[in-house]
Ligand binder design. Structure first.
Ligand SMILES: C[S@@+](CC[C@H](N)C(=O)[O-])C[C@H]1O[C@@H](n2cnc3c(N)ncnc32)[C@H](O)[C@@H]1O
Ligand code: SF4
Length: 409
């Protein structure tokens, strides 16, 4: 895999150099809001999130006010960088646990985004939610304010697996949260994780069936990544827990495809299945199509034009910078054309529509030999190649990184 350059220090004014700003011309614009708070930290998670024992609750109380200021700051940066103003095409609240904040805070942030940038018609406005942190009244307020979708962290239906993951939610609350969201008219999605220590194929079948029985519009299934520095990584290193092997991961992925497609879901990205094109995650599609997004909040990543930057992670440091009218960005990287093209291959190859073969060839990727090998190994669909696209087969979805390596070498 290519090594991307390490970040350079981001400038205090946050300005985007003109040579990078021009890449925004043909891109839609999206907002990600990172809410860095959780009631408890799950043993496998290394997202930028804090419990009140870790940082107290003071920054949580002022979080929305600080975030509103970053929205104002971002509008100034875009204008001063001479990037033409664009309405937002999607908004996504992620975390951490966005729904730990009062609904009024999420709504104030959403209203500010609308007043600042305007919204494209029919935009997808999603929040992630933990099953224990939402009820019908809360979700009704979000719906009234314009939210369209809620993505609920289910992870597993099996108590033993939830315990290994150190999820604190009551499994019964998943169906309550999905029913509440549906009853107020929000589209629903659940996230599942497979490949946890001690999880058997039967456990995974049980979780998939439970997710299918919820009759959501969308299901994401992620293979568990053992992140360095997490409690789970330490438990595996010390031999207290054992990771399932690669064959088990592959069997679990194949079972997901088999059960979800039989239940009427279509896979549209390696880890994502949707009941219809309309219920896909438009926000995640924007990431995979390398569109522009501003990531608000501590530790959030942004990608505008040919620049990517990431904010300081600590909520207090983030707040101090915003209050001092200094960019919260810690580091940034200017993405040159070669790296931009490589990233495009890495992301678009994973989408069911595939990636344009003519474009790949123009950029010097996808040699005839590589493409014939990928077809011979049944990693890409031969019929689609003749239509001019590289699209993964089921076997290719299991080995997506290998396919990308072959395409770019
Ligand atoms: C970071 S969480 C935020 C939403 C919410 N707090 C929750 O846990 O549901 C978003 C999703 O990331 C996934 N995730 C987090 N850490 C992961 C890991 N190490 N491996 C695989 N998926 C992970 C989980 O499926 C989770 O639903
Ligand atoms: S609830 Fe979500 S964000 Fe919080 S620690 Fe668990 S997985 Fe991470």
């Amino acid at each position: 895999m290519p090594q991307f350059p390490k970040g350079e220090l981001a400038p205090a004014d946050g300005l985007i150099p003109l040579r990078a700003a021009v890449s925004s011309i043909d891109k839609t614009f999206h907002a990600y809001v990172h809410v860095p708070y959780c009631k408890a930290r799950c043993g496998y998670c290394d997202f930028n999130t804090y419990t009140s024992e870790e940082i107290g609750s003071s920054s949580q109380g002022t979080f929305a006010q600080t975030l509103l200021k970053e929205i104002e700051f971002s509008a100034g940066v875009l204008e001063n960088s001479r990037i033409p103003s664009r309405k937002l095409s999607t908004v996504f609240f992620g975390g951490g646990t966005p729904t730990l904040l009062p609904a009024a805070d999420l709504i104030a942030i959403l209203d500010k985004l609308k007043a600042t940038f305007g919204f494209e018609p029919e935009l997808d406005i999603t929040t992630e939610a933990n099953p224990d942190s939402v009820d019908e009244e809360y979700l009704e307020q979000l719906k009234q304010a314009g939210f369209t979708r809620v993505s609920i962290g289910m992870q597993s239906a099996v108590p033993k697996v939830l315990a290994v993951l150190e999820r604190t939610h009551n499994p019964e609350n998943v169906s309550k949260a999905v029913s509440a969201a549906r009853s107020v008219g929000l589209a629903t999605s659940v996230d599942l994780i497979y490949g946890s220590p001690t999880e058997t194929l039967d456990d995974w079948r049980q979780s998939l069936q439970a997710a299918i029985d919820l009759a959501t519009d969308h299901i994401s299934a992620y293979s568990l990544i053992v992140e360095e520095g997490t409690k789970l990584a330490r438990q595996i290193k010390s031999g207290q827990l054992t990771e399932p092997d690669e064959d088990m991961h592959a069997d679990m992925y194949e079972l997901a495809e088999q059960m979800l497609s039989a239940a009427g879901f279509t896979n549209y990205e390696v880890s994502n299945w949707s009941k219809s094109v309309e219920t896909r995650s438009a926000h995640n599609m924007a990431y995979w199509k390398s569109m522009d997004w501003w990531g608000y909040g501590p530790g959030a990543h942004s990608h505008v034009g040919g620049v990517r930057w990431w904010n300081v992670k600590n909520p207090a440091a983030y707040q101090d910078r915003i209050n001092a009218a200094v960019s919260p960005a810690l580091e940034r990287e200017l993405i040159d054309e070669e790296n931009r093209n490589i990233e495009r291959v890495m992301l678009e190859t994973r989408i069911a529509e595939g990636i344009d073969l003519t474009w790949l060839k123009e950029k010097g990727f996808a040699s005839n030999q590589a493409v014939s090998e990928l077809i011979a190994e049944e990693l890409v669909d031969a019929k689609e190649v003749f239509r001019g696209f590289i699209t993964l087969t089921l076997k290719g979805r299991l080995l997506a990184d290998l396919v990308v390596r072959k395409l770019i070498n």
